[in-house]
Design a protein around this ligand. Structure first.
Ligand SMILES: CC(C)(COP(=O)(O)OP(=O)(O)OC[C@H]1O[C@@H](n2cnc3c(N)ncnc32)[C@H](O)[C@@H]1OP(=O)(O)O)[C@@H](O)C(=O)NCCC(=O)NCCS
Length: 151
C-alpha cells in the first residue's frame, strides 16, 4: 500500500537515492540535493513523498506561481515504475492545484524522455519547446518540451 505524504527539507537526503536511480545520468535531468533544497526554500514549493513500509519509492516537487502550479520534478525508483506510483503523485498534485484554484499545471520534459507519454495519457498537451535545454552525452543538447494540463 502506497502512502502519499507531504515532505520538507529534512526529507531531501532520503529522496536522493530515488532521484539518482530514476533519472538517466546521461542527460543531466536529476537535481542535486542543493538544488532541491533551494527549490524547497522558495515560497509556494511543495514536496510530496510516496512511501511503502516507510521507505520512499517516489517523490514529486511542485511550485505555485500566479495561476499556475509547476511540476518541477517527479521520480519513481526504477524497480517500482509502471505500478501507478507516479500516477498517484501526479493525481494528488492535480487535486491540490485544483483545490487551491490554479488554472493550469505546467511542466517541461526532455524531448525523447518516455515520461512524455506518462504526461500525455493524463491529458497534458505540448505547448512549446525550449531549444537545447538539456546537456546530453557528446555535446548533444536535447530540447525541452513544455506541457500544460488545464485544471
Ligand atoms: C515518469 C515516471 C515518474 C512515471 O512514474 P510511474 O510510476 O512509472 O508511472 P505510472 O505507473 O503511474 O504510469 C501510468 C501510465 O503512464 C504511462 N507511462 C508511464 N511510464 C511510461 C513510459 N516509460 N513509457 C510509456 N508510457 C509510460 C503508461 O500509460 C502508464 O500506464 P501503464 O503502466 O498501465 O501502461 C517514472 O517513469 C520516472 O521516474 N521516470 C524517470 C524520471 C523522469 O524522467 N521524470 C520526469 C521528468 S521530470
Amino acid at each position: 500500500m502506497i502512502e502519499l505524504v507531504e515532505g520538507d527539507a529534512s526529507d531531501i537526503a532520503a529522496i536522493m537515492p530515488v532521484m539518482e536511480d530514476a533519472f538517466d545520468p546521461a542527460f543531466g535531468e536529476a537535481w542535486t540535493s542543493a538544488q532541491c533544497l533551494s527549490a524547497l526554500a522558495m515560497p509556494g514549493c511543495r514536496l510530496l513523498l510516496a512511501k511503502q513500509d516507510n521507505q520512499i519509492c517516489g517523490f514529486s516537487m511542485s511550485r505555485w506561481v500566479l495561476d499556475t502550479e509547476e511540476l518541477l520534478m517527479i521520480g519513481v525508483a526504477r524497480r517500482r515504475q509502471r505500478q501507478n506510483i507516479g500516477g498517484q503523485l501526479l493525481a494528488k498534485t492535480i487535486d491540490h492545484a485544483r483545490r487551491e484554484g490554479r488554472s493550469q499545471l505546467f511542466l517541461e520534459v526532455r524531448e525523447g524522455n518516455s515520461a512524455q507519454e506518462f504526461y500525455r495519457q493524463v491529458g497534458f498537451l505540448p505547448i512549446g519547446r525550449r531549444k537545447n535545454y538539456y546537456k546530453g552525452p557528446d555535446g548533444f543538447r536535447p530540447d525541452a518540451i513544455t506541457m500544460s494540463f488545464a485544471l
